[in-house]
Structure formats: structure tokens, C-alpha cells
Write a protein that binds this ligand. Structure first.
Ligand code: ZN
Ligand code: FE
Ligand code: FE
Ligand code: ZN
Length: 266
């Protein structure tokens, strides 16, 4: 099993250093782990109300800590990053990102304008906005992230359901169709993010219907726990693996320096 989505204390809303996450991964028998902390928002010209990512000048420390953690042995450790998608902020990023030897980039949508909609303090906003408009806006941003050409993996693709505000299946179905086709066309991998099961949504990201639609389309899948505390590494992975096997998934992707290679799922 491989966990490609864990954070570190550098983002100010997670605990532990890379080595703490690596230790738990070893104990849980994972054969590979990728640290994917939040990319500095300041390098994108974004200043949220609360600080939720490392400083730009901490990127070097980040790489150094991951490199040191990888010396633990017995497990492969990769350096990923979780990059926010914000329209109009991505143009200059391609050159910035090339300066850093990331193994993979997870693209995620956490903001709709100024609204940090995955943060509990702003969940009340879901009561105020028409739910279909919220989803429309969110999935449109996800499409932008997939088309940006900057990312290898789309993170928690339907995290907009986190607080369990949901539109009808009838509304969702065409979006699932569109997203599955877009992932196939762009070659962006889908993350099965197990953190959603511990949130009010009560299920993985993506929802089973979207996951199976993507699998039908031949989209490649990677696993991520989105651990913000070391003990959450690999959370619910046995369940996730069962689900993937049942849906006919036999392979996952391992990344090195932005190149993905298929590997048997085990
Ligand atoms: Zn986070
Ligand atoms: Fe995220
Ligand atoms: Fe994350
Ligand atoms: Zn995340």
C-alpha cells in the first residue's frame, strides 16, 4: 500500500515532521509514502485569513526533512506537494514549480473566491448559498485544475461534500460523466482520499459512483489518507483496497520526478 497524501507541521494546521509520518507508515506495513504538504500560497499571491501553508522560504527545509526521513530505510519516501488551484494564479507557477524536484503534484481546490469552504469555521456558508451553484462553481474549478497542465493527481475530487451538504444525484450524474472523461483526456490521476470517511460526509472522496465512473474510463488511481497527524497515515486503507479490487482496479501509479509508472496494486 502507498499513501501519497500526508502533511507536516509546516502548514500550521497539521502535527509532526516527515519522519513521524514515515515511522507510522513503517508500522502499518506501507511500502511507500509521499509527503504532500500544502504549497506556499504566498508564491501564488494568495493571503488567506488563517495561515494554512508553509512559507516560501521553508520549501528548502521541507525537502531536507523529507530527504532525512527517507534515510529511515525499509520504505520508499517521495516528495510531493499539494497545490491549490486558483484561476488567474497559475500562469507564473509553471516556472516556479520547475525549480523544485517534486516527485508529484496533487492539485486541490480549497477556495471558491475567498471562501475557504473545507475549513469548519466557514461551513455555515453552505446554509446561505444555493447548493447546486456551489457544486457547479466547485466542479468548474476542479476542471480548471485538471486542464492546468500543472498537476499529476487531482486531490479529494468531491471534497465540496465534506460537511454533507449535497445536491441531488440527478444533478451530480452529468458532472461525474464530465469529470471522468476529463481525467481520461488529461491523464491526471484520481486520488482515492480516505479522509472523507471521518468527516460529516461519511464516505471517501470520490463518492462510489464517481470512482466507478472514472475506473470505467480507465483513469489511474492513487491512494491518499490526507493525514494531518501521524497516526492517520494509511487510515481506512484496507477498506479502500477492498473497494478498489471489487471495482476491478489492479494497478496504481508510483511517481518519481513527475513521471508516473503503473505498478500492481498491493
Ligand atoms: Zn491541510
Ligand atoms: Fe486538500
Ligand atoms: Fe491535504
Ligand atoms: Zn487535502
Amino acid at each position: 500500500m502507498i499513501d501519497y497524501h500526508v502533511h507536516t507541521y509546516l502548514c500550521r494546521h497539521a502535527l509532526g515532521e516527515p519522519r513521524d509520518y514515515v515511522d507510522v507508515a513503517l508500522k502499518k506495513g506501507l511500502k511507500e509514502i509521499g509527503i504532500a504538504d500544502h504549497f506556499p500560497l504566498e508564491l501564488m499571491g494568495i493571503t488567506p485569513k488563517a495561515k494554512v501553508s508553509m512559507d516560501a522560504d521553508e520549501l528548502e527545509l521541507y525537502f531536507r526533512m523529507v530527504r532525512e526521513a527517507s534515510r529511515t530505510g525499509g520504505i520508499t519516501v517521495k516528495t510531493g506537494i499539494e497545490l491549490d488551484y486558483a484561476p488567474g494564479k497559475m500562469e507564473k507557477l509553471a516556472t516556479v514549480l520547475k525549480d523544485y524536484p517534486f516527485d508529484y503534484i496533487i492539485g486541490s481546490v480549497h477556495f471558491m473566491g475567498d471562501w475557504d469552504f473545507t475549513h469548519p469555521y466557514s461551513a455555515g456558508e453552505f446554509e446561505k448559498r444555493p447548493i447546486e451553484e456551489v457544486y457547479e462553481q466547485y466542479f468548474t474549478l476542479v476542471c480548471g485544475a485538471c486542464r492546468s497542465g500543472l498537476i499529476d493527481i487531482i486531490g479529494h475530487i468531491d471534497v465540496v461534500k465534506k460537511f454533507n451538504y449535497r445536491p441531488s444525484e440527478k444533478f451530480l450524474q452529468p458532472w461525474y460523466e464530465k469529470l471522468a472523461k476529463l481525467l481520461r483526456e488529461t491523464g491526471v490521476c484520481l486520488e482515492l482520499n480516505t479522509s472523507g470517511l471521518d468527516m460529516p460526509a461519511g464516505e471517501f472522496y470520490p463518492a462510489p459512483a464517481l470512482l466507478s465512473r472514472c475506473i470505467d474510463e480507465g483513469v489511474n488511481i492513487v491512494l491518499g489518507s490526507d493525514a494531518h497527524t501521524p497516526e492517520d497515515v494509511g487510515r481506512h486503507f484496507p477498506l479502500a483496497m477492498d473497494m478498489l479490487r471489487e471495482m476491478g482496479v489492479r494497478e496504481t501509479v508510483v511517481f518519481s520526478r513527475r513521471k508516473g509508472v503503473l505498478q500492481p496494486l498491493e
